[in-house]
Design a protein. Structure first.
Length: 442
């Protein structure tokens, strides 16, 4: 438990919730497979990582844990959670949409002990011998209901057949798969169910409805966002084209935002998510792709520009806010003829937009992201970045937010009011003796 307490202190978490404590006990104190069903936002990633870091042989460089996830965003975020725990284990995320050869080079360099990945890309690396299954004893399937949908069945069956030495399986989700396929090969299983049938969404989420006088909801959305100021808000739509249209409208109105949908290139999606997660954009306009697997703790508001198409979509959307012990708000934008879906158990409170907000200017995010043209291949670390920005850029530690050191470049969130001075002070300066480009990410 000493390691667990040190990790919790590092993460500034005072205590675990009941689900996390019982999940740890089931994984650490038994030899059973474990199924954990718990609402979105209850900390399932930590629930399996905290015990697994104690079970891994730190002295062995071999791959020991594979975590299967349905999408690249959850792979990246889960790997980042492990790094933030500071336990010294090697980790990496693998996923489609980028060259497998680049990942192979990074795999050889990193030698991950825990690997997070999507089913197809994990199969690719196993088939090519880029990773070895010989030392893999633990298999985690996160959001297993989605991983085991019909579209993933063949990939999952192939993957699990190529992991013959797995001794323990941990499956996690907010909702349950109707049928557990035989190829998952579950042994004696502990089933921990923390879903409460009477609580569709957290009681910490306050539900509101807004009547739009026009069929086009753009103006009521603009007015609502003006009223919410610099709060963090996710606006959900059902179609990619609608996301682009709404995002263009809001940008022209002066809002700073990220757009996120499946039609974007991988780097565009990663950049959009990064700017929203680090506070450089306080609004994200997106499809339901962002309703699952995005672990951003401080989202204040959810806006349903389009009504959720299913109850499951609704639960996952609203699960983005009020995470841990926070409060949150969910707004339904309704045009004439639209009604709150029958599956919504709460009675929304009518929300009346303030007409005096019409002349307000959009609040700007507190942070802004800068690009530094050097990364891991240049032997640049987070400490190098902080030292450079403080010494050459004139920043204080409190002016620097999230830092992401990639292979060839680095993204850093800094206080927005310091942007001009940082760009001026660092122009032409060297980091670790190397000249580099430093510019704002827009």
């Amino acid at each position: 438990m000493k390691k667990t307490n040190e990790i919790l202190q590092r993460l500034a978490i005072s205590e675990l919730n009941t689900m996390q404590e019982e999940a740890m006990a089931a994984i650490l104190r038994t030899h059973d497979d474990v199924v954990i069903l718990s609402p979105t936002g209850t900390g399932k990633t930590l629930a399996y990582l905290l015990p697994l870091v104690q079970l891994i042989d730190e002295d062995s460089p071999s791959l020991q844990v594979i975590v299967v996830v349905p999408g690249r965003e959850l792979a990246m975020q889960s790997s980042e959670v492990l790094r933030s725990m500071g336990c010294g284990l090697h980790t990496m995320a693998v996923y489609g949409g980028r060259p497998a050869m680049d990942e192979h080079r990074e795999l050889r360099k990193t030698e991950p002990q825990i690997l997070f990945g999507t089913p197809g890309r994990l199969n690719d690396h196993l088939a090519k011998g880029n990773i070895s299954a010989d030392g893999v004893r633990y298999l985690v399937i996160d959001e297993f209901d989605k991983c085991l949908e019909m579209g993933f069945q063949n990939e999952m069956a192939t993957l699990l057949s190529n992991l013959p030495h797995v001794k323990r399986r941990v499956l996690l989700s907010a909702t349950e798969s109707e049928v557990m396929p035989r190829f998952v090969n579950m042994g004696h299983t502990q089933r921990l169910d923390y879903r409460q049938e009477e609580e569709q969404v957290s009681t910490r989420v306050h539900i509101y409805s807004i009547e739009s006088p026009q069929n086009d909801k753009l103006e009521p959305l603009r007015q609502l966002l003006l009223e919410r100021g610099d709060e963090s808000t996710v606006v959900f739509l059902n179609y990619r084209e609608s996301v682009e249209r709404v995002a263009d409208y809001l940008r022209k109105a002066g809002f700073t935002l990220s757009a996120f949908h499946g039609g974007l290139e991988q780097k565009q999606r990663e950049d959009a998510l990064y700017r929203f997660a680090n506070g450089s954009a306080n609004i994200m306009v997106c499809t339901d792709l962002a309703s699952r697997g995005l672990d951003i703790p401080d989202i204040d508001n959810i806006v349903h520009y389009h009504l959720p198409e299913t109850e499951q979509n609704y639960v996952h959307r609203v699960g983005r806010t009020a995470r841990w012990d926070k409060q949150g708000r969910s707004f339904f934008l309704l045009k004439a003829g639209e009604h709150i879906p029958e599956y919504v158990e709460e009675n929304p409170t009518p929300y009346h937009l303030k007409h005096d907000a019409m002349d307000m200017h959009p609040a700007q995010p507190k942070m802004v992201t800068i690009y530094i043209g050097k990364g891991k291949r240049d032997k640049i670390s987070r400490g190098d970045i902080v030292g450079f920005l403080c010494k050459k850029g004139g920043l204080q530690g409190s002016d620097i937010g999230k830092i992401s050191v990639e292979e060839r470049f680095t993204y850093v969130a800094i206080a927005r009011e310091k942007l001009r001075s940082v760009l001026k002070n660092t122009a032409g300066e060297k980091i670790k003796g190397i000249k580099t480009i430093i510019e704002e990410v827009k």
